[in-house]
Design a protein around this ligand. Structure first.
Ligand SMILES: [Fe+2]
Length: 290
């Protein structure tokens, strides 16, 4: 059981045992952010797992380029954590969970989904649910629930509020993460410096986000590592030409619905509202070829 000192003694939010050196994932992230090869100085990398705590997105230290090191992160997959009693399927497709007039401290959670081969996973399903500012879950509707898909670069961003506390638990956000056609990872994300971290039996420091205050809100980062090979599917932002068939953007599909697209039949595997760019062949997390 971690003690409060495990968190408060690490003002940078780093995780014990995690390498602070140059990692391939850090280099990949730097390359994705700058649109160029990773920029490396003698002592570090442009963005090594978000540990530099700069709020400025364009971070590129000056210095010569260095060769990309071999993939030897040794990262273990993100550990599972209990689902709890409040999950509901069929959450809406959205990255912003904040409703009009919703009380609470603004929070963004962003990061990457990686495979164990260090490559980003595109089109991964991320389904978030959490308590409101008063520590209550919406079990009748879908307040503070929503799913999204990682980008072609494996990125995700969630706009939400700080989850409230409820009896028996420390502060946390629930999430299910699934690479296309792969098993679902059910886990939770935790916050550093929370007094209840030391008394919550489910708290796991390996699931602790890096959090910094920005203005009146909080910005958190966390990278998921799935037990899959990355980049196994085409990115969902590159629709093929054509598109004839019964599938249409802006339609609410439910699991089990069947459509045709370019003369191929697909079955819906996850309820969602369709949109341009997420045509059936591009999002295997949503549509399964029949
Ligand atoms: Fe919970």
């Amino acid at each position: 059981m971690p003690t409060p000192h495990d968190e408060t003694d690490r003002p940078d939010g780093s995780v014990p045992g995690e390498s602070r050196g140059i990692s391939r994932k850090g280099l990949i992230k730097a390359a994705l952010l700058t649109g160029a090869v990773p920029l490396v100085t003698g002592g570090g990398v442009a963005w090594a797992r978000d540990r530099d705590h700069s709020a400025t997105p364009a971070r590129r230290p000056a210095g010569p380029l260095a060769p990309t090191p071999a993939c030897h992160d040794g990262d273990e997959p993100t550990v599972p954590n209990i689902e709890g009693p409040y999950f509901k399927p069929n959450s809406p497709l959205r990255t912003n969970l904040v409703g009009s007039g919703m009380p609470g401290t603004p929070l963004t959670v962003s990061g990457y989904v990686f495979g164990r081969d260090c490559a980003p996973v595109s089109g991964a399903l991320l389904d978030f649910w959490q308590a409101d500012d008063n520590g209550a879950y919406d079990m009748t509707g879908f307040t503070l629930r929503g799913h999204q898909f990682s980008t072609a670069q494996g990125e995700f961003t969630l706009t939400t509020i700080m989850p409230g506390l409820y009896p028996g638990r420390t502060r946390h956000i629930h999430v299910k993460v699934q690479a296309p056609g792969q098993p679902i990872l059910t886990t939770q994300l935790y916050f550093p410096g929370e007094p209840r971290n030391s008394t919550d039996a489910y708290y796991d420091v390996r699931l602790q986000m890096t959090v910094q205050q920005v203005g009146s809100g909080e910005q958190a980062t966390f990278d998921f590592v799935l037990d899959v090979d990355g980049n196994t599917t085409p990115p969902p932002t590159d629709p093929p030409p054509g598109g004839s068939g019964t599938w249409a953007a802006g339609t609410a599909y439910r699991a089990g619905d069947q459509v045709t697209y370019d003369s191929v039949t697909y079955r819906c595997v996850q309820a969602h509202t369709s949109m341009t760019g997420w045509e059936p062949p591009n999002v295997p997390a949503l549509w399964q070829r029949v």
